[in-house]
Structures are given as structure tokens and as C-alpha cells.
Ligand binder design. Sequence first.
Ligand SMILES: O=C[C@H](O)COP(=O)(O)O
Length: 214
Amino acid sequence: MFVLVNLKAYPCDPVAVAEAAHAVAEEHGVRIAVAPQTAHLDRVAATGVETWAQHVAPLDHGSHTGHTLAEALTDAGAVGTLCNHSERRLKLADIDSALDAADRAGLETVVCANNPEQVAAAAALGPDAVAVEPPALIGGDVSVATADPGIVEEAVAAAAAVDPDVAVYCGAGVSTGDDLTAAADLGAEGVLLASGVAKADDPRAALENLVSGV
Ligand SMILES: O=C[C@H](O)COP(=O)(O)O
């Protein structure tokens, strides 16, 4: 199982979370990545943890003030990027262009989607993975795998019907080892989570709990 921790804009210490994630990943042999704010990418990458961006601009080099170029993410140490997160939605054409930009820079990609229908559309664009996240459950205490297991199973089937090479992750409310196990049992190959780690008093303990389910 891949554990992708999105720090969003939470007021946590990105380096402390990254160091904890790196240590837990090494200790337990689990793939864990951290997606900090763009301005923190290089400091997070310096910890040795697998580092992801939260968003990539659907653009090439040029006159694009205030946008984050895929190559700049790679230069800062990112090896992958989220795309179309529920809190950073894109139009379909822009998702396609963002994936082109990520490919150009050699970034792995996860396209987020609200439901199985969007998962199918996203999978058709050829990302490395899609992540199904019901918006109503994001930031909550109940995992998507418990609150709505059907949406995860349907997302897995929807992606497989379009492109079996596209991995399916799930997210929203994931915070414990039991949540991770439940997600895996539903066919997810990874989880996308945020508050369970970024808002934890002890992020390392939260990560240890999470990977106890692997
Ligand atoms: O990117 C992460 C997801 O939006 C899930 O967030 P959450 O774990 O706080 O529910």
C-alpha cells in the first residue's frame, strides 16, 4: 500500500512530518510520500522522504506569472504530483494538460476524483493513479472505506474497465491501520490522507498506527 500524506495548508511543521514519514517508511518497509506546500518542497525533499507536489500547472515554460511549472517541482525535489484535488479542481482539458506537463518533467501522477464516474474519466487520461475522495468525508473522522465502501469498489472497477494499468487509491477520513486494511480489502492500492497526520499531536505515532495495517 502506498501512503500519500497531503499536508494541504495545515499549520504543521513540514520537515518534522517528513522526517517522521521517512523514518516510519524505512522502519516498516512501506512506501510513504509527503506532499507539502510548494515553497516547502526542497526542505521536505532534503529529509530523504519521497516528496510530492499538491498541484502542477497545466502549462509549459512561458509568460505564466504565479503558476507552478512542472520542471520547477522536479528541481525542488518532487517526484510526483497530485492533480485535480477536491480543493484544487481543474477542468478536464486542464487535467489533460497538467498530466502532459507532469510527464514532460518526469513526475508521477495521481488524479483525484469525487466518484467512480470521474475516476473513469480521469483514468482515460492516462495518469499513474487515480484517487477517489467523496468531498463530504474529507477532513472527517470516518474513513471512506467504512462510510462508503461501495464507492471504493466501484472506483476500482471503473478504472479497471478503462485502463487496468491505472492504480486506484482512496482518501477522506483515513487515519488508522484499520482504515488502511479496509481500503486494501476493497481493492485500493494506496491511500491519500491529510488531517490524520498533519493535525495529529504526534505525527510519527499517527504514521506508525497507519502502517500497522499494512
Ligand atoms: O488529500 C487528502 C484528502 O483530501 C483527505 O483528507 P483527510 O485525510 O483530511 O480527510
